[in-house]
Write a protein that binds this ligand. Structure first.
Ligand code: SF4
Length: 419
């Protein structure tokens, strides 16, 4: 069977903005080095004493308990926050001295992510790049995929595959992944339904599936998965879910308590990161000594959304829709024990993102669609860099939610109703 090479239409023709980029990706996060490139670089740099010193000072091994070949080592960031391998002109020392072949997979490929299913090679894009965010949120062809040529990738045909579906016959979780993901994406892309209705449909569908479809599950009965999909595609059923979520009004304070807790941990752990700086600025702006911060945020978020005109409200919902479609396509829920766990975490992540967007929009006196778009781009790529693609931090959040028994469908509405 010939392999299909697929990429979302919005990502076709992407090229890095290079020096024109407003926020180069060579800063403020962990630059990973895969094992193969770590060994290659170590080898060439140990031929000279000075080079060896540079290598030892600037590159360190990953000592965390779960280490994959893709994050075998890291490049140390300088005190400025930039990658320590950048020279005075902001150019990469490794690239300049040894060429692209010695760059780690992440540096060569970023923001591209390659995954492999049974019949396709999928090229997706990380939202930690501002140019990817712009392309993503302006997408007018949701669910359209184009063919890409592997020879046009930075590393050519020798592209690194980040993840691959299990080919074991008895792995029913992986075996049904592509079909289930397609239905999740269809649900999220149906913009005839309001955003909150779609999110609530998605999490209920994932919850129902997880009863019999999860890691290590027995083979689902004939048509069992299809039957759940058909139920959650019925317009009347979806309308009922929409009516429930729209009438649910007990969530915003609890939601803001959770959002504030997560962002406060981030502030404590990494106060200099851009998302922390933004959140600190937001809480100072809305500060009211008579109330707690979650109470203030819960009060403000409704009035801010209502103060935006309908074009702006729709723009935020469209941007969140496209952000979530990118996540569903790129992240692969089978890395979690079951689809519900993935979707519940996605709901929380989107809730933090929406909260930041609205609260930041509320600090602007004279909001135009153009200003709103710029704010969304800034928040989304920094949110992706600092929180959404920081797996260690998300694990801390997941553990905290589990401890509070919030990894439970009863709390899903809380994360969806932000106002
Ligand atoms: S963030 Fe994106 S556009 Fe900017 S330098 Fe990195 S890959 Fe290029």
């Amino acid at each position: 069977m010939p392999v299909k090479y697929k990429t979302p239409a919005s990502f076709s023709g992407f090229s890095c903005l290079g020096a024109q980029c407003e926020d180069t990706c060579c800063q403020n996060w962990e630059v990973k080095i895969d094992q193969q490139h770590y060994e290659l670089l170590k080898n060439v740099m140990s031929a000279d004493k000075d080079e060896q010193n540079i290598f030892e000072k600037r590159i360190y091994l990953n000592t965390r308990p779960v280490v994959s070949e893709h994050d075998y080592a890291f490049v140390r960031m300088a005190d400025t926050g930039f990658c320590s391998m950048l020279d005075d002109e902001g150019l990469c020392y490794v690239h300049a001295k040894y060429g692209e072949k010695l760059l780690g997979n992440v540096c060569t490929m970023f923001p591209r992510v390659i995954s492999r299913t049974a019949d396709s090679v999928e090229l997706s894009a990380a939202l930690s790049c501002p140019e990817v965010v712009r392309r993503c949120i302006d997408d007018t062809e949701l669910l359209k995929f184009n063919r890409f040529k592997p020879t046009e990738l930075p590393g050519g045909k020798n592209y690194p595959v980040l993840r691959e579906l299990s080919q074991q016959d008895d792995d029913f979780y992986s075996g049904n992944f592509v079909y289930v993901r397609e239905n999740f994406m269809l649900t999220m892309a149906n913009e005839e339904q309001e955003l909150e209705t779609r999110l609530y449909t998605l999490v209920n569908m994932a919850n129902k599936l997880s009863e019999f479809y999860h890691r290590g599950c027995a083979k689902p009965g004939q048509g069992q998965i299809e039957s759940v999909m058909a139920t959650y595609a019925e317009p009347e059923f979806v309308t009922r879910l929409g009516t429930f979520i729209k009438s649910y009004d007990a969530g915003s304070l609890l939601n803001m308590i959770v959002v504030h807790s997560v962002l406060s941990i981030k502030l404590q752990q990494a106060g200099a990161e851009k998302i922390s700086v933004l959140y600190e600025k937001i809480i100072q702006y809305y500060n009211d000594e008579t109330k707690s911060i979650p109470e203030i945020l819960a009060d403000k978020i409704t009035s801010i959304r209502n103060s935006l005109d309908s074009d702006a409200q729709q723009y935020v919902d469209k941007a969140i829709t496209r952000y979530s479609l990118n996540c569903l396509y790129r992240e692969w829920f089978v890395s979690m024990p079951d689809p519900f766990t993935y979707v519940q975490m996605l709901l929380l992540r989107l809730s933090i993102l929406r909260t930041l967007i609205y609260l930041e929009a509320g600090t602007e006196q004279d909001m135009t669609l153009d200003k709103l778009k710029k704010k969304i781009v800034y928040i989304m790529y920094n949110f992706a860099r600092n929180i959404d693609q920081n797996l260690e931090f998300l694990k801390v959040v997941y553990d905290a939610l589990s401890e509070q028994t919030m990894m439970n469908i009863d709390f899903s509405a809380v994360f969806i109703r932000i106002d």
